[in-house]
Design a protein. Structure first.
Length: 223
């Protein structure tokens, strides 16, 4: 004698079999197959005296279309993002060999001095730049006077306050900007050469000659 399932739902064991957790690499087709297997199983095991009505079937098919559409959209977006990131990497290689201004307070001094930059959102009546050695001591103060809003490039001649040439090497600098008697916002900019480009965790990075790594979005100016 054949036993008939008198409910509209298959056994829990069957549900567990068709609803096993998928791996990260499961495709849209695999998800669709699992969904269809569950639906067909439900229909096969329905109560002949109380079968599923059209509304139930239509509802489940609508769910299938929704899930499939979302999965396909996610796969398409992932592909687009990957393509954009690859394109950004190729474009960034065109910056190799160029000098860039990026946020930072490092300045490299050779016998001819060292270039640097300042960014002022609103301009200032007076700007002072203090060059500091490795011990944090100010060896040169440069008064730049009134400075307009925007990005400006400057060069330290490599000399100290007493007119002597400082040893070649790496230094830091601080910017003091004032509007009347109040301090205003300013950003110190370091100049360095782009040595190479790397793609780290989906983000394009520029490896600079001053041993720092910055994002392409951090570049203020390219020379």
């Amino acid at each position: 004698m054949t036993t008939v399932n008198t409910t509209n739902q298959p056994s829990q064991a069957l549900l567990d079999a068709v609803n096993k957790k998928s791996s990260a690499g499961s495709s849209v087709d695999e998800a669709q197959d699992r969904f269809m297997t569950l639906l067909v199983t439900q229909m096969k095991n329905q109560d002949p005296l109380n079968p599923m009505d059209n509304a139930q079937v239509t509802s489940q098919m609508a769910q299938l279309n929704t899930v499939t559409g979302i999965n396909k959209l996610n796969e398409t977006m992932a592909g687009l993002i990957s393509s954009v990131q690859l394109g950004q990497s190729y474009q960034a290689t065109g910056m190799i060999g160029h000098n860039v201004l990026v946020p930072g307070n490092r300045i490299s001094h050779t016998e001819t001095g060292g270039p640097f930059g300042i960014q002022l959102p609103n301009g200032a009546d007076s700007v002072t730049v203090n060059i500091k050695n490795g011990a944090g001591l100010t060896i040169r103060s440069m008064t730049l006077g009134q400075t307009a809003a925007g990005t400006s490039g400057y060069t330290w001649d490599g000399k100290t306050n007493d007119g002597k040439l400082a040893p070649s090497g790496d230094y830091t600098f601080e910017v003091e900007a004032k509007l009347s008697t109040s301090s205003v916002s300013s950003t110190a900019l370091s100049l360095a050469k782009v040595e190479s480009v790397s793609n780290s965790n989906g983000s394009v990075k520029l490896n600079l000659s001053n041993n720092t790594t910055v994002s392409t979005a951090d570049v203020v100016e390219i020379f």
